[in-house]
Design a protein around this ligand. Structure first.
Ligand SMILES: [Zn+2]
Length: 128
């Protein structure tokens, strides 16, 4: 697992199952997914494990943002710099454990990847 996690760009990793993620390898060139930045008040969420959807109307020229907690499960991940979204719910420090934050539970159950929703549901029921 350590070798696997060290070989992927965490901001791009959608965790699909324990030890399985869809991600870009470290050093991969830029593509469209590199332009979806983190926000604590995102306008994108996950429809399913592979599909990103809009949560609000998005206009031409609007920045596309997603909460990394919607797709990232990684105990050792911490975003390199504090979040700059400056929203009223901004967490500032973004980690790969944010999906477990109680304050995010409702949004996570609506907008996170299916894997994270299953983990969170099990955790909330005391099974994880
Ligand atoms: Zn923020």
């Amino acid at each position: 697992m350590e070798g696997f996690e060290a070989s992927i760009e965490p901001g791009t990793a959608v965790t699909l199952a324990d030890g399985v993620a869809l991600a870009e390898p470290v050093g991969a060139g830029r593509d469209a997914s590199d332009y979806i930045n983190h926000s604590c008040s995102p306008n994108l969420g996950m429809l399913d494990a592979l599909t990103v959807r809009t949560l609000v109307d998005v206009g031409a020229g609007d920045e596309l943002t997603c909460d990394y907690a919607y797709w990232l499960v990684r105990d050792d991940y911490e975003m390199k710099s504090d979040c700059q979204c400056f929203g009223s719910a901004c967490r500032r420090r973004i980690t790969g454990r944010d999906w477990m934050l109680p304050a995010l539970a409702d949004a996570m159950m609506r907008n996170a990847s299916p894997y994270i929703r299953r983990r969170l549901d099990a955790m909330l029921k005391g099974k994880d």
